[in-house]
Ligand binder design. Structure first.
Ligand SMILES: Cc1cc2nc3c(=O)[nH]c(=O)nc-3n(C[C@H](O)[C@H](O)[C@H](O)COP(=O)(O)OP(=O)(O)OC[C@H]3O[C@@H](n4cnc5c(N)ncnc54)[C@H](O)[C@@H]3O)c2cc1C
Length: 291
């Protein structure tokens, strides 16, 4: 298909935000292009102007030592895998990066692009939700910070204005007594679209579960938190019965669909199994450490 558009490649963030401000609804930012170019070729997206982000240094940079931990929106999946300190700053994010696409896509696909594409199967989003991440949205008139939990409004709908860029993603440092993990269930271990993705964070204080986060991918119109399940765990000394009840609650909270990869029933079942598994493993590791 022949696609006509104007391409700009500004050198800095100010120039990029200027172009986005001028472009109105017909403008699209181009990061790794692993979604955008595919969509343009298929005619699903027809921007009149494409603004390439590849030269914008302000979108790069990873800070795993600071508080909060923060990464530029232009951080690639490969960057996540190679950044010193990332494995302890965000174990679930590194696990997601490890099963993300193949090497060529990992080298260009960015974290901001994964969030902005709005897919319920976007693999980096459940880990970031489980870490209580926020995104910084910048436009010519200024910037704002939005908790990722409030970012998605519905299937492929979000709070980002057309002239805003995701410049940074940040999250609080995990406490010492915490575990954070992600599991992607797919037809193959690499280069496959997620059937069910589950990310969990557990924090323990005084022998009780002080905080629980359960984020679910590919089982609702948006990546979601299973808040009723989290509430069952929070404040409790976890037992197999409590964990089992929370896992069933998580399965009840999601709203999966049937598609070519899996049935809704199978997705719901795997939410229960994976939630139980990840929470049990986290609790076991944390309480063994306490004892
Ligand atoms: C072969 C293949 C395998 C894949 N495998 C996976 C996988 O395993 N898991 C997975 O989750 N995804 C996968 N994807 C989808 C895709 O790679 C990811 O969603 C990727 O993270 C998109 O990032 P990008 O930088 O390429 O975004 P682009 O394609 O450049 O952009 C995607 C969207 O985000 C917008 N955007 C980009 N950067 C910004 C920014 N800074 N601020 C605001 N908006 C922005 C663009 O305008 C566009 O609307 C795969 C794609 C392909 C082609």
């Amino acid at each position: 298909m022949h696609v006509d558009f104007e391409l700009n490649a500004p050198d800095d963030l100010a120039g990029t935000l200027d172009l986005l401000a001028q472009g109105g609804a017909g403008v699209a930012a181009l990061a790794g292009g692993t979604n955008l170019i595919v969509d343009m070729r298929a005619g699903r997206h027809r921007p009149q102007r494409v603004v390439a982000l590849s030269r914008v240094q302000a979108l790069r940079g990873i800070d795993c030592q600071g508080t909060p931990i923060s990464i530029g929106g232009g951080t690639t999946v490969s960057d996540l895998l190679h950044a010193p300190g990332m494995a302890s700053a965000a174990p679930s994010l590194v696990e997601a990066a490890n099963c993300f696409a193949g090497q060529m896509v990992r080298n260009t696909a960015t974290v901001a692009g994964n969030i902005a594409c709005g897919s319920p199967a976007a693999d980096l989003v459940p880990p970031l939700l489980s870490l209580d991440a926020s995104v910084t949205l910048a436009r010519k008139a200024g910037e704002r910070s939005v908790p990722l939990e409030q970012y998605f409004q519905g299937y492929k709908k979000d709070v980002r204005r057309a002239d805003e860029l995701i410049t940074r993603i940040s999250w609080p440092r995990l406490p010492a007594r915490s575990r954070n993990a992600f599991y992607k269930l797919a037809r193959r271990s690499g280069d496959a679209i997620t059937i069910t993705g589950v990310a969990v964070t557990l924090c323990v204080e005084n022998g009780l579960c002080a905080k629980a986060r359960i984020a679910l991918g590919a089982v609702a119109p948006v990546v979601m938190r299973a808040k009723k399940a989290e509430a069952l765990l929070t404040g409790a000394r976890l037992t197999p019965a409590i964990i089992g009840a929370a896992a069933r609650e998580a399965a009840g909270e999601c709203s999966p669909i049937d598609d070519i990869r899996a049935s809704a029933q199978y997705r719901r079942h795997t939410v229960e199994v994976l939630t139980r598994r990840l929470v049990s493993q986290a609790w076991e590791a944390l309480t063994q450490k306490e004892g």
